[in-house]
Ligand binder design. Structure first.
Ligand code: ADP
Length: 480
C-alpha cells in the first residue's frame, strides 16, 4: 500500500487552506531523509484565525446534546479503525517507527475516541445538603472553553486523540498545533473528524515550523482557556510561565526518567519481555520508556545478558520493511543526543554489552544498546535518553531500589517485577510516580488515568479523570 498523504493545508473553520502568506515547510522521512510533503506554515495571524473559528463554534457545540457529541467521536473511532493500515503507514513515513509499533499506536489512538464517546454522556454533577441544612449545594460541570493543544512527534496520532477525545466529549472546541516533524498524521485525523461530523470550527489544525511566536500569541488571547501540552519539561516550563499571565488552566504531560526494577524473585522471562516493550516501544522515543534498569544483584548479570541477546537480535531498518523491529530515530539531532549520552557513559567507565555505535548510512539510526558498570553520577541516569539504550545497574535491598528509583526530578512511570505481590504493592506505594507497571511493561490504556507527579507534569489524560480537565465546576448555592 502506498502512503496516502493528506492535503497539506491548515484546517480552520471547516476549510483546508494555505497559510495567509503562502509559506510552507517540508516534512521528511527519517529513514532516508527524502521529502514526503510540503505543508502550510502558519503565522500568528493564521493561529488567531483558528481561535476565531474555535471561539465562534464554542457556544453551539457546547449546547449540542452530549449524545450527539459522543456520536461524532464514535464515528471518528470507526473511521480510524477502517483506515488503520493507511494511518499506520503515514505514521511510519513521517515518524520512522516500525510498522507493528505504528499499528499499535493507531489502535491506541482510536480507542481514545471510543472511550470518550462513552464518557460524553456520563459527565458527573452533584447535589448536596449543606451541613447547616440551610441551603442546597448544586454543582454542574461546564466546558472550560477554547482549548489549545501542542503535541509531540513521538506518538503523532495518540497524543492528539488523547486530547481531542475528552475536549469534544466535554463540549470544548480546539486548536491543535502538531509537532513540525510529524504534522501529516494530525492533518489526517483532522480530516477524519470533519468526515465524522465535527461542525466547522470545532477542530482546527495549525501546522507551523516556528511554534514559539504563534503559541505565545494564542496564550495571550483571552478566548483561549485551556492549554494541554505533551512534550519536553523544558518547553513545558516555558509554556506554564506564559500561561500564567492569563491564568490559563494547564494540563502538562512532560518528560520521564522511568526506573525498571527487577527483584531476584521475578520471573526473568517475563521481566525481559516487559523490559523489551518498556524500553523499545517506539524505539525508546517515549516518555514512558524505561530509562534506568535496577536489578537485584543475584540476577543482574543474567538479566543483562538476556536483555542484550533480545535487543541485539532486533532487525533495524526503515520502519515499513518486513521484519524490522526498530526504525530510525526522529532526526539527526536525536541521534547526536543519544550518542553523546552513551559516549559520556563509556568515558566514565561503562561497558556496552551490545550496540553503542552509530551505523553508517543516510538514515537516523542508532542501534539497540545495553550498558553495564555505569558510574552512579553518569548523565545518562539523569537525562531522558529517548533512544534504544538500556543502562543496567544493580541493587541489594528493597530500600536501596526505592531510593535509587526516586532519585530523579521526574515521576511519570515506574516498572516493578517481582513474584511477591505484597512486595510489588508495597514498593508501588513508595515509588514517586503517577503510574506503576507491576509485572507489566506497558501502562498506557485509554481507560486509565495517564500522567505524572513531580516535574513529569500536571493533570491526567484518559480514564474518568481525562474529561475533568476540560470541565469547570460551577457551584450554585440554592435554597428551596
Ligand atoms: P521534543 O523534545 O519531544 O521534541 P518539544 O517539547 O521540543 O519536544 O516539542 C513538543 C511540542 O512543543 C512540539 O509540537 C513543538 O513544536 C512544540 N514547541 C517547541 N518549542 C516551543 C515553544 N517555545 N513554544 C511553543 N511550542 C513549542
Amino acid at each position: 500500500m502506498d502512503v496516502k498523504i493528506p492535503a497539506g493545508g491548515l484546517q480552520v473553520n471547516g476549510e483546508t487552506r494555505p497559510a495567509r502568506d503562502g509559506s510552507e515547510f517540508a516534512v521528511f522521512d527519517p529513514a532516508d531523509q527524502q521529502l514526503l510533503a510540503m505543508v502550510a506554515d502558519a503565522s500568528v495571524s493564521d493561529g488567531l484565525a483558528a481561535v476565531d473559528a474555535a471561539s465562534a463554534a464554542l457556544g453551539p457545540f457546547g449546547a449540542l446534546a452530549p449524545r450527539a457529541r459522543g456520536e461524532i467521536l464514535r464515528k471518528a473511532f470507526e473511521l480510524m479503525t477502517e483506515r488503520s493500515e493507511e494511518l499506520a503507514l503515514l505514521i511510519v513515513a513521517e515518524n520512522g517507527k516500525a510498522l507493528p509499533d505504528a499499528r499499535s499506536e493507531v489502535t491506541y489512538a482510536a480507542e481514545f475516541f471510543r472511550w470518550f464517546a462513552e464518557e460524553a454522556v456520563r459527565v458527573p454533577g452533584q447535589l448536596a445538603v449543606a451541613p447547616t441544612n440551610k441551603n442546597r449545594i448544586l454543582v454542574m460541570n461546564q466546558p472550560i472553553g477554547v482549548s489549545l493543544f501542542i503535541t509531540p512527534w513521538n506518538f503523532p496520532a495518540a497524543m492528539l486523540t488523547r486530547k481531542i477525545g475528552p475536549a469534544l466529549a466535554a463540549g470544548c472546541t480546539v486548536v491543535c498545533k502538531p509537532a513540525e516533524d510529524t504534522p501529516l498524521t494530525a492533518l489526517a485525523i483532522g480530516e477524519i473528524l470533519t468526515e465524522a461530523g465535527a461542525p466547522a470550527g470545532v477542530v482546527n489544525i495549525i501546522t507551523t515550523s516556528d511554534p514559539a511566536p504563534l503559541v505565545s500569541a494564542l496564550l495571550d488571547d483571552p478566548r483561549v482557556r485551556k492549554l494541554s501540552f505533551t512534550g519536553s519539561s523544558e518547553v513545558g516550563r516555558i509554556l506554564l510561565a506564559q500561561a500564567s499571565t492569563r491564568v490559563i488552566s494547564c494540563s502538562m504531560e512532560l518528560g520521564g526518567n522511568a526506573p525498571f526494577i527487577v527483584f531476584a524473585d521475578a520471573d526473568l522471562d517475563r521481566a525481559v519481555e516487559g523490559a523489551m516493550v518498556a524500553k523499545l516501544r517506539n524505539g525508546g522515543e517515549a516518555c514512558t520508556a524505561a530509562n534506568r534498569f535496577y536489578v537485584e544483584a543475584a540476577v543482574a548479570e543474567e538479566f543483562s545478558q538476556r536483555l542484550s541477546a533480545a535487543m541485539g537480535a532486533l532487525k533495524m531498518g526503515p520502519g515499513a520493511n518486513e521484519g524490522v523491529g526498530i526504525g530510525p530515530l526522529i532526526n539527526a539531532a536525536a541521534v547526536k543526543t543519544v550518542s553523546a549520552l552513551v559516549d559520556d557513559a563509556l568515558r566514565g567507565g561503562a561497558r556496552a554489552l551490545v550496540g553503542a555505535a552509530t551505523s553508517a548510512g543516510s538514515g537516523n539510526f542508532y542501534p539497540p544498546t545495553v550498558l553495564v558498570d555505569i558510574a552512579p553520577d553518569a548523565e545518562i541516569l539523569q537525562k531522558e535518553i529517548f533512544g534504544p539504550v538500556a543502562p543496567v545497574l544493580s541493587f541489594t535491598s528493597e530500600d536501596e531500589a526505592v531510593a535509587l528509583a526516586n532519585d530523579t526530578e521526574y515521576g511519570l512511570v515506574a516498572y516493578v517485577y517481582t513474584s511477591d505481590l505484597a512486595r510489588g504493592l508495597r514498593v508501588s506505594e513508595r515509588l514517586e510516580a503517577g503510574m506503576i507497571g507491576l509485572n507489566r511493561g506497558v501502562v498506557s490504556d485509554p481507560a486509565a488515568p495517564f500522567g505524572g507527579v513531580k516535574q513529569s507534569g500536571l493533570g491526567r489524560e484518559g480514564g474518568h479523570h481525562g474529561i475533568l480537565e476540560y470541565l469547570e465546576a460551577k457551584y450554585i448555592a440554592t435554597d428551596w
